[in-house]
Each structure stands twice: as C-alpha cells, then as structure tokens.
Design a protein around this ligand. Sequence first.
Ligand code: TXA
Ligand code: MG
Length: 364
Amino acid sequence: MDTQILSPTPATLQHLADHLRSGGLVAIPTETVYGLAGHALDPQPITQIFAVKERPTFDPLITHVAQPDVGYPYLEYLERDLGLVDLSGFEGSQRQSLADLLQTWWPGPLTVVLPRTSRVPDLVSSGLPTVALRMPRHPIAQQVLDRAQIPLAAPSANRFGRISPTSAQAVLSELEGRIPYILDGGECEIGLESTVILVDPREGITLLRPGGISLEQICQSTSMLTRVARSTKGLPTSPGQLPSHYAPGKPFLMLPSRLADLTGPDLKAMLTEQKDYGKLGVLLFSSQSEPIVASLQDYLGVQIEVEILSSSGDLEEAARTLFAKLRRLDCSDADVLLTEPCPVLTGLGHAIQDRLHRATANRQ
Ligand code: TXA
Ligand code: MG
C-alpha cells in the first residue's frame, strides 16, 4: 500500500472524511500528537487500527468527538446526540461537576473516561464498561470530525510501544505502507499525549495518564468532585499504561542526575553493561550540561551526539520537542542513548518525566 501525505485543502478534507465514514483509516494531526483515526462505532476499522499499530486488544482507544454548537450542553451532547455515555449513576450535583469540568477543558488535551453505552463497540473499550472521550482543539482535527459526522477512535499514530509522532513525517516513518493517508497539519503544538482521567460518581477523579493539564488544575475547575483517588504506589494502573512505552529502538538509559553533575567515572560505571558502543546519544533538558560533553567524550574515548530539548530550559518547549528529538537520536548512528531526569516534577514536568521513565524502562 502506498502512503500519501496530504495537505488539508477543503477537497482533501472532504475526501478523507468520506473515507473515514466508509470504514477507512487516516492519520490526523491533533494539538497533542498525531492520531490514527477510524470510525469509532464500526468494529471493522477498529480491528484494523489494532492490526496496523500491532497493539494488543487489551489496550483501549480514545474516541474523539466534534465540537457541538457554541453553548450546547456537553453532557446532553454525549448522552442524547451521540449516545456514547450512560450517566445514570451521576446525581444532580455530580452531573454539574462533570459539566463544569468539560466546560473548562474542552475542546483541548483532556481525555475523560466515563461509563459507556452499548453503542460503543467492546473492541474500542477493550471490553471495559467505560469509554475514553476527547474533544480535540486542533482546527484540522475539528474540521475532519465536523465533516465526517462520526466519532473517531484515534490512538497515537505509532507502532505499539514506540515513540508517538508529532509531525506527518514521523507518522510516515512509523506507519509507511500500512495506511493510505496522512493528513499534514505541521508540528503538534503540545507534543505530549492528553491527560487521561477517570470520572466515577463514587470514587471521584483518578489520574490515569499525566499530560499538559495537571491534576491540581483539574481539581480547581470542578468544585464538587473533590475526592481524588491516588494509588499509594504512584499512578493507578490503566490498561495500556505499561511500564515500557514510548521507547526508542536502542538501549535508552536515565541518568541519576543532570549530566553536568556527573563525572567521567560515574558515566563509565553506568555504561558497563552496554557492549561495543562507539557513539553515545544524549538528550538534555537545557544547554546547562553542554559544556562538559567535550571532557566526557575525551574521558570515555567515544563520540557523543547531543540533542537539547530547550536551550533555555523551558518546559513547554521541552514537551513539544521531546518525541521529535528522541526520534532523531534513535535514527542517528549513536549506539546507546542517555537522558537526564526532568528538572521539574510538577505539572507538565510530571508528564515529561512519566514518558521518559517509560521510555527508559527495560522492555519485557
Ligand atoms: O493525546 C492523545 O490522547 C492522543 C491523540 C491522538 O488524541 N491519543 C492517544 O491515544 O494518546 P493512545 O491510544 O496512545 O492512548 C490512550 C490511552 C490508553 O493507553 C489507555 O490507557 C487509556 O487511554 N484509555 C483508553 N480508554 C480507556 C478506558 N476505557 N479506561 C481507562 N483507560 C483508557
Ligand atoms: Mg500511544
């Protein structure tokens, strides 16, 4: 199969919307990462999404919905118009809290997991009684959803466990020959996947995947769902949130501290289990550690290729460039990759550290 990258002209958008309506797949840009979209209510394209991504069917997909007319209430839209959720377990004040939450963050990078109806195929939700919903704010994603007039299931457009794509070219390098169309919307504005929360009338809000919107921000936007469940060992387990994820093809190690705080012997000790490396690739958060690279190169007697996420250490820029720079190092001739821990561990820093932690976890 030939994979075409297409620009979003009105005629192309209409063609791709029709293709999606009739059960085809299209990679589309969103403000977070590119998604591999298919008709969410049709099991056939959903089966294909799992096959193309080589994704295990126990890992459920996010369903993307179009934005209704301004002022139209989101809960009625999801329940009555789309028929995707069953909110009968939510009492009046809980409904209001949920409505406030969606009003604050939609359209945008927040995915909300809610009780589903039987209209959602079991496959989309991996047999769970819930469905994950997101209303993207990217204008091209919105236009595709508007024209297609169907909800679109769209996991990140990468092969399972690998680095999420933040450009049309990155999608091509992941899925070339496996899908017919990639809609080009340029570089993604955020660069990290959406924050995923479970909203349960009894348990309150549970963070399933950290993203650009922090749990603290979410709590501030909803007065009544005050109970925030957090597992004592960190994040509660969500299907698909496996320890090893977002991983490059090469060995990828997390340094115990900033590269600038390490000595040559420290680094050498970290690399003792790595065989025959002639070149190292290092992903740095800012330019601060750059000056010591030359002396580390001399000490180890190997070349070091450096990628800097943000020269000024800006977290938003680091999130935006993370996957592209990791992908670049993965495609370089470096044999072993290293990164520093994120210098900030709250908000967006929490989300970045989560991705790096999974990307550097040993594959099982
Ligand atoms: O930013 C994003 O969310 C991107 C763009 C394309 O929208 N999509 C994305 O999808 O990251 P994906 O499939 O790579 O990640 C979806 C995650 C799954 O790993 C799973 O943990 C969680 O969402 N999820 C989906 N449905 C769920 C459910 N019913 N219950 C709990 N978690 C669910
Ligand atoms: Mg993904």
